[in-house]
Design a protein around this ligand. Structure first.
Ligand SMILES: Cc1cc2nc3c(=O)[nH]c(=O)nc-3n(C[C@H](O)[C@H](O)[C@H](O)COP(=O)(O)OP(=O)(O)OC[C@H]3O[C@@H](n4cnc5c(N)ncnc54)[C@H](O)[C@@H]3O)c2cc1C
Length: 378
């Protein structure tokens, strides 16, 4: 086996597909099922709009291009990939000034960000509150159904010869005399591999510990609300300008900044909260109420809509908000693809592509230095 991928979430699936498509022999192991980790606990936005200029935006721009290619190769329908675009709304003069500053800096990096006036917004979103000062339109933002997309990429990887084993927990690593990883202890036996990819998401730190190469990946909890199915009343992914600050915040306490989007099934997804409270799975009515109130503030008609359910997930959070991507110089043979926090669905396509380039000796399309695993030691 050339490559053994730990984790059958969105990131592991993207790594498996891109490595198999590059001609590598791939095995995927997951202790649960396909997409049973955070991939089933979030939304499916593929965003450039919420990224400040820097390495994460570069990764997001590459990912948008790679998702377009995946849509063509695998079929947009099979991924529920929609090129729907994003709309960011400012509700005060200072928020609008901050948004205009951000769009200007993003445009300089290649983002298609269009400033729009309050008068332009109803044409983009007819049901949006009129209590707005302006906004921005991001045509490059997209959306997938994450669980379908992970399953579709794994199926495509299998069609290229990869094998996928669910219900198989990795409990340790195998090492050669030179200290390099030669495989894993998993399920009922040992499995040899030239490279082991840690795509264990929020559990990426635990897996890295098993290899003796610590990584500070922590859970950042978030709730999502799901409405009853509706006709197409929300056309884009819509959120307020405060959202970007909320995503970038280092505060462990509760933070909510609402994101509203329609899905192909007709349900409207309302996200998302952020708090670092470990793996606490308890429901919180105050958080649900706050998100619902913020969503009604943006789309007043939602006040008369019924919620079907809520769910939660744990984003894989690294202290500098950047994922860990690439070979670990501390343990040869170990490669990381984890810690994507609230953007792992969107960033998975570029991550899988970059991992496949690295493992086949090609020059990666993007400099991996900002994502290097050993950066936390310093
Ligand atoms: C509320 C919320 C909203 C979100 N919204 C978005 C969004 O709109 N857009 C976006 O891009 N991202 C979003 N995210 C983030 C996104 O969901 C995650 O970044 C992404 O799912 C991470 O995928 P992953 O494959 O790395 O991890 P996971 O999906 O968690 O997969 C890791 C897998 O590793 C397996 N595993 C762990 N340990 C072992 C082991 N020892 N042996 C074998 N298997 C193991 C687990 O079982 C799991 O299946 C959101 C997250 C939340 C919580």
């Amino acid at each position: 086996m050339d490559v053994l991928v730990i984790g059958a979430g969105m990131v592991g699936a993207a790594c498996a597909y891109h490595c198999a498509a590059a001609g590598l022999r791939v095995t995927v192991l997951d202790r649960g099922g396909v997409a049973t980790g955070t991939t089933s606990g979030g939304e499916g936005n593929i965003l450039v709009s919420d990224k400040e200029p820097g390495p994460e935006l570069d990764l997001a721009l590459l990912s948008v291009r790679r998702w377009r290619i995946l849509g063509e190769r695998i079929g947009a329908d099979r991924l529920e990939l929609e090129h729907k675009g994003g709309v960011v709304v400012a509700r005060s003069a200072p928020a609008l000034a901050g948004l205009a500053d951000l769009t200007g800096r993003q445009r300089a990096c290649g983002v298609d960000a269009v400033d729009v006036t309050a008068g332009d917004l109803p044409a983009l979103e007819p049901n949006l509150t009129r209590d707005v000062t302006g906004g921005a339109h991001y045509p490059q933002d997209m959306q997938v159904q994450p669980m379908l997309a992970a399953a579709a990429l794994l199926r495509a990887a299998r069609d290229l010869g990869a094998t996928v084993h669910t219900g198989t927990e990795v409990r340790g690593f195998l090492f050669g005399r030179d200290g390099a990883v030669t495989g894993v202890r998993a399920g009922s036996g040992d499995r040899a591999a030239g490279w082991v990819v840690n795509a264990a998401g929020t559990w990426g730190g635990e897996v890295a510990d098993l290899a003796g190469a610590p990584l500070p990946v922590l859970p950042r909890k978030g709730f999502v609300l799901v409405t009853e199915p509706l006709p197409r009343v929300i056309r884009h992914k819509v959120y307020t300008a405060d959202y970007v600050a909320g995503v970038a915040s280092d505060d462990a306490g509760l933070e909510t900044s609402v994101v509203v989007e329609g899905t192909r099934a007709g349900t409207v997804l309302i996200g998302a909260s952020r708090e670092r409270v470990g793996f606490d799975r308890r429901m919180s009515l105050p958080v649900i109420r706050e998100l619902a109130a913020q969503a009604i503030g943006l789309f007043p008609f939602l006040a008369d809509v019924t919620l079907l359910r809520t769910y939660l997930g744990f984003r894989p959070y690294c202290p500098d908000h950047l994922p860990v991507i690439g070979p670990d110089p501390r343990v040869p043979g170990l490669v990381h693809a984890c810690g994507h926090e609230g953007a792992g669905i969107g960033l998975s396509a570029a991550t899988g592509h970059l991992i496949a380039q690295t493992l086949t000796g090609a020059t990666p399309d993007l400099d991996l230095a900002p994502f290097r695993p050993e950066r936390f030691a310093a």
